[in-house]
Write a new protein. Sequence first.
Length: 78
Amino acid sequence: MIDLANSQGHEISDVNSFYEFSQMARIPTHLSFGKHKGEAITYLATHSEGARYLKWLLKQDTVNPYLAQACQQALASV
């Protein structure tokens, strides 16, 4: 896994950098459920209907914290 991360430009040199990479890897890039299943979260954030869906999703009590982080980052980058 360390070789893969390093080959993708992530510098894994100690246990702390490995932990940071593993946390980053948990943040999804695409939705895995619902009406927008398979769509990129960053793409949804750039379109009004998709952005509304991401904002709605963030208000749900059961949203995964890593998914919430991905939605927040995508919406903030627009």
